[in-house]
Ligand binder design. Structure first.
Ligand code: DSN
Length: 450
């Protein structure tokens, strides 16, 4: 008998195809990525690394042909090593890196490995604050890293940009070991050049960018790449705009070499320090089925069609932001320069983000309630919602559909105003059902990748 889990997977498949995904950090992977994830590679242990010196410069056929020693702790690696080298080589080509560590299980693990590679306990790390749009792993007191390192934060200006003056002042006064630029709710393009110029005065400081949200836009050439501006390290997840399996990735510039011997702690040695920090520093066996799926996704992102995809994500987000603005939605930062939109629902309609999230769920539109920089609602009843266009763009929705979507979002916002609470949404069941059917009709015209 089939395990009941499969019934739930089928239901989730239906939920995904009948609704529209607006969560900016989600996407739909290709069948090829899914196939690699569900492959026999899941059976294999391969702690350690393949050898990879020179790999990014090789043709892929060479990677397959060459027999090289490795730094593994298990036998039977002849196929795994080649797969991991392909993933490394493609990641380096996509992001103009000297080295890629493709083993982090998640973005959080990737960030933690970089801190561990470069810092000692108590060292200072300067990062964007969580309320301003930064990420939990950038120093939120509830995380393990925050207990080990001394995080300090910078914020955003009223118009939603990084407060560069605050960042510069704190960086020069505190001389942090790491300056971290990254976020999960920020709609502008960072001025990497300005931060790299600042770092010229701080020769011991590692410049780190957590580009989890925009990695696909960078790969698609519609967002600047921090590594091109002098950043030493870029971390990312592989499942957001990059449209791969759930996982992490660390890209770096510097000298690539054997991870067996501890190198001197210099910025030049950062690739080796990172490899040692991922394994054995913070992780055990890599997930080779996921690494294979990463390799497949990187291969897809190297195609010219991915550039078109990335450009459409940004265009859809811009149009959606304009359409929402015209309908009275108040947008943090006034709009967006990337794939992501943050709406102040209190300022727009006097309702909180959670109520709006729940009401949209009822009609098959999924997004997440999100705190705003000056929020008083806390994490569970924040004033804002966060949405974005990567997943919808993968399904083929374009600017016409963004207009329709803004219309539905407005109708649902008006229902929330009338209802006032989640409990009262039931009183508007017919109105919500009418929208749900319209959403479903549109969604079914744009099937999931198959
Ligand atoms: N949880 C991710 C997001 O939704 O932005 C960040 O890790």
């Amino acid at each position: 008998m089939k395990d009941r889990v499969f019934d739930l997977i089928e239901k989730e498949q239906r939920r995904q195809s009948e609704g529209l995904e607006l969560i900016p950090s989600e996407n739909y992977v290709s069948p090829a990525v899914l196939e690699a994830m569900g492959s026999v590679l899941t059976n294999k242990y391969s702690e350690g690394y393949p050898s990879f010196e020179g790999v990014p410069d090789w043709e892929e056929s060479e990677i397959e042909k060459k027999i090289l020693p490795n730094y593994r702790y298990y036998g039977g690696q002849e196929n795994i090593d080649r797969i991991e080298r392909l993933a490394i080589s493609r990641a380096c080509r996509l992001f103009h890196a000297d080295h890629a560590n493709v083993q982090p299980h998640s973005g959080a693990n990737a960030n933690e490995a970089v801190y561990y590679a470069w810092c000692e306990p108590g060292d200072k790390i300067l990062a964007m604050s969580l309320p301003a749009g930064g990420h939990l792993t950038h120093g939120s007191p509830v995380t393990r890293s925050a207990k080990i390192y001394n995080f300090m934060s910078y914020g955003v200006t009223p118009d939603g940009d990084i407060d560069y003056e605050e960042l510069e002042k704190k960086a020069l006064a505190e001389k942090p070991r790491i300056i971290l630029v990254g976020y999960s709710a920020f709609m502008k393009i960072p001025d990497f050049k300005r931060i790299a110029r600042l770092a010229e005065k701080l020769p011991e400081t590692l410049l780190m960018a957590d580009m989890a949200h925009v990695a696909g836009l960078i790969a698609g050439g519609v967002h600047p790449n921090p590594l091109d501006y002098g950043f030493h390290v870029m971390t990312t997840t592989t499942h957001k705009t990059l449209r791969g399996p759930r996982g992490g990735l660390i890209l770096s510039r510097g000298r690539v070499g054997s991870p067996l011997k501890k190198p001197e702690k210099t910025l030049e040695n950062i690739p080796i320090l990172i490899d040692r920090a991922v394994f054995p520093g913070t992780q055990g066996g890599p997930l080779e089925h996921i690494i294979a799926a990463k390799a497949v996704a990187f291969g897809e992102a190297l195609q010219s069609s991915f550039k078109e995809y990335a450009a459409k994500i940004v265009e859809n987000a811009r149009v959606l932001a304009e359409e929402l603005d015209e309908r009275g939605f108040v947008l943090q930062g006034g709009g967006t320069e990337n794939h992501l939109i943050l709406v102040d629902m209190q300022a727009s309609f006097g309702v909180d983000g959670k109520l709006y999230e729940v009401a949209l769920d009822e009609v098959g539109l999924t997004l997440n309630a999100n705190a705003l920089p000056s929020d008083r609602g806390g994490a569970f009843r924040p004033s804002g919602v966060r949405l974005g266009t990567p997943a919808m763009t993968t399904r083929g929705l374009g600017v016409e559909e963004m207009r329709k979507l803004a219309g539905w979002m407005h109708e649902v916002a008006e229902i929330c105003v009338k209802a006032g609470t989640e409990e009262k949404l039931d009183d508007y069941g017919d109105e919500l059902e009418k929208i749900r059917i319209e959403v479903k009709d549109l969604a079914l015209k744009y099937p999931l990748p198959s």
